[in-house]
Design a protein around this ligand. Structure first.
Ligand code: SF4
Length: 614
């Protein structure tokens, strides 16, 4: 039974700069119990589409049809839409905290959701709230119903959101990046829960995400969007394993997987501005298969035998780009290195341990961590939120003193350095952070930002500094003519290049990357990973690479350490660790990140996780 049918939908949002064309002639339908995936990068229009279905785009110019239970949602009054929202159509978002009210208990919020749409007593609604909380896996639901949102962990809050969304048994649930903010083991549990719910209640789910690997394992049908266009649509397996459209193919190839090695075939360039009217293929400037006609006429919708549909002039399905040859000799040279550039010995960090007011021993964040980084190689550090990996990075960078233990950089201890030695050491080790925008001062010009290390260390002046900054910009793939621009004039990927250029200014030998690509879209992520690898080969740099994304860490690292609860629980050569994990926690992490496992329902990770929970 078809629950939702979207036909020829066009959405234009008026802004001060003109109309943003967020959806152009988009059509698709969703069946009961189906999981329909919408994939795309930032600005592809995927989230605007779900807002349009929810009737949450006041002021937008919308044409076409959104048929839901035989009614066109675009023709309903605001009051009628309000009656549908939360009742027949529900939504869960990436951040449950922004959707749950901090002043009310979760019980009060679920009861209000029930009684807004249904005539029922407080007691009956309370019983229903407790029942649904139990079904989504909240233990002691009769007690926890009286807790406030902040008393739940991130994964549990997401369960509460799901409970609130499905308590009225909606026909359609829109899940907008429902697992993006969660650790990998919790992600698997939430996906498993959504799968159970749709089977139990017959709910159709639209899952909006940038995570193609996740979609390929769970989506019955998938739609890939780009610049407001429906580029490809079809059975999830076909679209995400053997795609028809060059853009889908490019996205899949540029996503690091558990198998990918060497440089990633990235998609060059940036997505187009949505302010511009499209008269040709929106992907033409970035497409490896572009033809003359693509640049002048909008492509037709082609249908293939495997039921995929592709908005493209190509008559056959897209073909894989040839693999880029890995720089084997350089890697081999690096792998022979036995020169240790970072040596961490039994580092401990405890907060409150030395406090006059602390009765106990304080909170131990790091519990005796040791590691070594050979020159010219990459050591990956993985673990879930709160495992201590970023704290360790700050200690190694000299930004935080440890409570005990030692850190040596190129054979020299950095503990208790005098000022002059500290200044010298800071030149050798640099950090690149996750949020490229947050780490750049928005009021300063990019040339000045990249030149900051020269200014602070007083090593280059005037034209010499300018020339060096321009060289750095070129080295990381930025146009040196953009020297006088502000950070806001650059895209996310370009801002990360600015961060990397700044880190390279003083010729460091070691760079610590703390989640450097997790805020970037897939195609841009591949460009940055390739840049990071190229700089290592060209400049002989040594990297500590911190990430929660196991595929990214595996792609870039020669060795990996796995951290849990402030300790290193496993360390090994990347491939050995992935194929023969020794520690139960490593096995749990790997299982939870495996798409086949996620499809299977997550029982193993859930049970291991519960067993590990104190
Ligand atoms: S229409 Fe042309 S430019 Fe667009 S995706 Fe197809 S081949 Fe590439």
């Amino acid at each position: 039974m078809t629950v939702l049918s979207v036909r020829n939908l066009n959405i234009a949002i008026p802004t001060g700069d003109g109309h943003v064309h967020a959806a152009r002639d988009v059509s698709f339908s969703v069946e009961a119990e189906e999981l329909f995936g919408i994939a795309g990068e930032s600005g592809s229009g995927k989230s605007v589409l779900s807002q349009a279905i929810m009737g949450l785009l006041p002021g937008a110019l919308i044409s076409g049809e959104i048929l839901f239970e035989d009614r066109d949602l675009l023709k309903l009054s605001p009051r009628e839409m309000q009656q549908l929202r939360g009742n027949r159509i529900a939504m869960i978002s990436q951040d449950p905290l922004s959707s749950l009210h901090p002043f009310y208990t979760i019980g009060q919020q679920i009861i209000e959701a029930i009684r807004t749409h249904r005539q029922t007593s407080h007691e009956a609604a309370l019983a229903e709230a407790i029942d649904i909380l139990g079904r989504v896996g909240i233990h002691d639901a009769d007690k926890r119903v009286n807790d406030y949102p902040h008393q739940f962990s991130g994964g549990m809050r997401q369960r509460v959101m799901i409970a609130m969304a499905i308590v009225l048994r909606p026909a359609l649930l829109i899940a907008d990046e429902p697992t993006t903010a969660l650790d990998v083991t919790v992600q698997a549990q939430i996906i498993s829960l959504l799968n159970n719910m749709r089977r139990e209640f017959g709910t159709a789910i639209i899952m909006v995400t940038h995570d193609l690997e996740l979609l390929s394992s769970v989506a019955d049908h998938a739609m890939v969007m780009y610049a407001g266009n429906r580029m490809e649509l079809g059975p999830g397996n076909a679209v995400l394993r053997t795609p028809s459209h060059p853009y889908t193919m490019g996205l899949l190839q540029s996503s690091p997987t558990h198998e990918s090695r060497g440089p990633l075939p990235s998609i060059p360039g940036q997505p187009p501005s949505l302010l511009i009217e499209q008269k040709a293929c929106a992907f033409a400037p970035r497409c490896p298969s572009v033809m003359d006609i693509c640049r002048t006429q909008r492509p037709p919708l082609r249908r293939f035998d495997d039921n995929t549909q592709s908005l493209c002039w190509l008559e056959n399905k897209a073909v894989r780009a040839p693999a880029i040859a890995a720089a084997a000799e350089e890697s081999a040279a690096a792998s022979k290195s036995s020169d240790i550039v970072v040596s961490v010995s039994d580092v401990r960090l405890a907060y409150g341990a030395r406090s006059l007011f602390s009765k106990g021993g304080g909170v131990e964040v790091l519990k005796g961590v040791s590691l070594e980084l050979p020159r010219g190689t990459t050591l990956g550090i993985v673990g879930e939120s709160g495992c201590g990996k970023s704290t360790l990075a700050r200690i190694i960078a000299g930004l935080l003193p440890p409570t005990s233990g030692d850190v040596e950089i190129e054979g020299k201890s950095i503990i208790d350095l005098d000022r002059q030695s500290w200044v010298e050491m800071r030149k050798r080790i640099q950090m690149v952070f996750q949020d490229p925008f947050g780490s750049l001062n928005p009021r300063r010009r990019v040339g000045a930002i990249i030149g900051d290390p020269f200014r602070i260390q007083k090593v280059a002046h005037g034209d010499d500094r300018k020339n060096r900054v321009r060289d750095l910009m070129e080295l990381v793939g930025l146009n040196p003519e953009h020297y006088n621009r502000f950070p806001s004039e650059f895209s996310g990927g370009q801002r990360q290049r600015i961060g990397i250029a700044r880190a390279l200014a003083l010729n460091p030998s070691i760079i610590i990357f703390d989640e450097p690509v997790s805020a970037l879209d897939v195609s841009i992520q591949a460009q940055i990973l390739n840049l990071i690898a190229k700089l290592q080969r060209d400049l002989g740099l040594s990297y500590l690479f911190i990430s929660h994304d196991l595929a990214v860490v595996r792609h870039v690292s020669k060795e990996i350490i796995v951290m849990q609860g402030g300790q290193v629980v496993e360390r090994g050569e990347t491939e050995a660790l992935y194929h023969r994990p020794q520690h139960s926690y490593t096995r749990e992490l790997l299982a939870a990140a495996d798409p086949n496992y996620r499809k299977g329902g997550g029982a193993t990770a859930a049970s291991i996780s519960e067993a590990l929970t104190p």
